[in-house]
Design a protein around this ligand. Sequence first.
Ligand code: SF4
Ligand code: MG
Length: 331
Amino acid sequence: TGPLVDVRDVSVVFRKKRTLAAARQVRAVNDVTFHIAEGETFGLVGESGSGKSTTGRALLKLVPTESGSIKVAGHDVTNLRGGSLRRARRSMQMVFQDPYSSLDPSSTVAASIAEPLVVHERLSAKEARSRVNDLIEMVGLRASYAERYPYEFSGGQRQRLAIARAIALNPRFIVCDEAVSALDVSTQNQVINLLERLRAEFRLTYLFIAHDLAIVRHISHRVGVMYLGRIVETGPAERVYTAPAHPYTQALLSAIPDPRRRSGRIVLEGDLPDPARPPVGCPFQTRCGFVMDICKQRVPEHTAVEGGGEVACHLQTTGPTLAGSPLNDLV
Ligand code: SF4
Ligand code: MG
């Protein structure tokens, strides 16, 4: 059997009509390929605007894809419609940064968590309520909290309740989109421990999206790094963190304080380019300290990295050329 999540050459294009004459087209996800094994956590990192959330939403068919194929738990997501889409969605859930996306502020948490059970499993009110109590205890809270409203809880507790709602229908795959990013560090660790426990207990598979590499490190088996709609590096978390191959990954990591690291901080010059007008060739060329002529002509292909995974960088295939590489200064 193949991976639980299999994403191949997926692109998502947004067209915003500004005026009748000029439509602005943004390739938010550009030719993205990755897979996640059952029971695995795949961390997806990158700056805001890199396309990570859109990738997560595409997997759950919350945004339409332009091209490519997505398979989740045996379903060809891109072709699902109507009733079969609704059934498939039960096995795929999402936990957002803002718990109010899944917990209705004007309803008790019992009502919010019971909703999918009533809609999809047609449980009676009494059956749903007993299941809600179990779910709330499963995420480490007291069943008696069910009658309270979301505002009565701390951020960490609200995120636990959002997780309870996400696991209510026994999903196989959960997209966590910045699910712990708004929490303080110790609460982050508690929620990550909860996600880990649930993953082991129910053999869940996660796509764990975050802009912060430090958060992703401990929960992920493998990670992918996105930049301007493309995945520029993938690999086992340990390899990516100890031997990042892509200059962008190196820059992201250098921003995390680590007394054991000898190299200094690599400061990224400039901003993310306008996604509507990405550079031709390597997407990172406008901010890369190693940029070569070929980087401005061709998109680098993904090539295998020692220690596992792949990187999309011409340094790996062509090596530095004589013109225009700062590496020459060292020779
Ligand atoms: Fe830098 Fe070129 Fe590699 Fe892109 S392909 S990351 S510009 S060296
Ligand atoms: Mg986002």
